[in-house]
Write a protein that binds this ligand. Structure first.
Ligand SMILES: Cc1cc2nc3c(=O)[nH]c(=O)nc-3n(C[C@H](O)[C@H](O)[C@H](O)COP(=O)(O)OP(=O)(O)OC[C@H]3O[C@@H](n4cnc5c(N)ncnc54)[C@H](O)[C@@H]3O)c2cc1C
Length: 361
């Protein structure tokens, strides 16, 4: 019976990153199991450029120094020379992380059960095969919690000769219908004739795919004023706006979303698990975000839950910060002064209510 040294359950972004950063020159035997290993998934991972992300420069696909927020009555622009907004594509990240790995066995299978035996684990696959490993990294998608707030979205990359490309990102455009939760469009200008147009909603209930499709179509035709365009690619996601606390134990480590990497107020996780991989050798440690950032995020999400139809909290916060301050807040590197500006910008009554509710979680 073969017992691998290391098994990855799920071979998504966090497992790939762990392989690259912790196992690149290792001679251990490694197995990676993913039910969708050969899928054509190719979503973007966005982040503001921080010190710990600079070594991945060669895989950054696009970067922008300017971004905007649009409301019915206001447009706010930010600029950052130091911390541009960057994206990496999933397939390029996968190739980068797996370059030169020859001690990795891949199984495209669904993991249905995991058992701890004496000194190793038994992994049961859907086709009946059993795999054994001394150590487990588990990044299988955590179950969705139906009663909690989520960020859910559908994005279309479109191509059109009518695209007049701008060099700024539209991070949140709230000039769209708000009937099913807080809704905004997220626009990335890609090549000269391509755009990512993403319809994003904050609500407990995820919507049917055709709902987002209609909103994207409507936005392309009525806001962007494009008549002829083609769909090139699509990405879809449901991200938790609540804490996920799966506990690590000896030789069993939860990674990525499952390990609690998601910043609940924004859905960003990618650069946070990379920061942790680069900074900490203690794998049992699950602190992706500081105590203070977690606490602020809880208040923020609680406020959104109580005021689901208003974008006011985003408007106030974004208006109170410059580009560098905003980017640092999003990436968890903000100075105390920036955090105080954010707290001061919050709607006072709603903030206080959310503050007290957050103490009882
Ligand atoms: C479309 C999309 C866009 C995102 N954009 C950003 C962004 O711009 N910036 C950012 O910071 N974060 C972003 N995120 C959030 C986060 O960074 C990603 O979700 C990231 O992929 C999390 O990595 P992960 O390894 O935890 O999960 P995943 O990358 O989802 O990997 C989990 C893997 O487990 C596999 N799996 C699940 N169950 C089983 C099973 N039972 N058996 C075998 N395999 C299984 C899945 O097939 C999948 O490949 C995005 C998420 C999505 C979905």
């Amino acid at each position: 019976m073969k017992i691998y040294d290391v098994a990855f359950l799920g071979m998504g972004a966090s497992s790939l990153s762990t392989l690259r950063l912790h196992y690149q020159n290792s001679s251990l035997s490694i197995v990676g199991i993913d039910k969708n290993y050969n899928s054509n998934r190719n979503n973007f991972f966005a982040f503001w450029l921080t010190d710990w992300m600079k070594e991945f420069d060669e895989v950054i696909k696009y970067r922008w120094h300017n971004w905007q927020f649009n409301y019915n009555d206001l447009c706010i622009s930010h600029e950052s020379k130091e911390m541009p907004y960057c994206v990496i594509k999933f397939q390029e990240w996968k190739n980068y992380c797996l370059k030169n790995f020859n001690n990795l066995i891949i199984k495209e299978q669904n993991v249905i059960e995991l058992k701890r035996l004496n000194g190793h684990f038994e992994i049961n696959l859907e086709d009946g095969e059993k795999i054994y490993s001394k150590k487990i990294y588990d990044s299988r998608t955590p179950n969705e919690q139906s009663d909690k707030l989520k960020q859910h979205f559908l994005g279309h990359i479109i191509r059109s000769d009518e695209v007049k490309n701008k060099n700024f990102v539209n991070l949140m455009d709230f000039r769209v219908s708000q009937e099913n939760g807080l809704h905004f469009m997220y626009i990335l200008p890609l090549q000269s004739n391509e755009l990512l147009v993403e319809s994003t909603v904050f609500s407990k209930a995820v919507l049917n795919k055709n709902w987002y499709e209609e909103k994207i179509k409507d936005y392309i035709e009525n806001n962007l004023k494009l008549k002829n365009y083609e769909l090139v690619e699509e990405e879809r996601g449901i991200l938790p706006m609540y804490a996920i606390n799966n506990q690590n134990s000896e030789n069993y480590i939860n990674l990525g979303s499952r390990g609690g990497a998601t910043k609940i107020s924004s859905g960003y996780a990618f650069s946070f698990f990379l920061r942790k991989l680069k900074s900490s050798q203690n794998e049992m440690n699950q602190n992706y975000h500081s105590f203070w950032d977690n606490w602020m995020d809880k208040i923020f999400v609680n406020y959104l839950e109580n005021n689901i139809r208003t974008e006011k909290i985003f408007k106030n916060m974004v208006r109170s910060l410059n580009g560098d301050e905003f980017a640092s807040f999003m990436m968890g590197t903000a100075k105390l002064n920036t955090k105080l500006k954010i707290i001061y910008s919050m709607p006072k009554l709603g903030f206080l209510r959310s503050f007290f509710q957050s103490l009882s979680y």
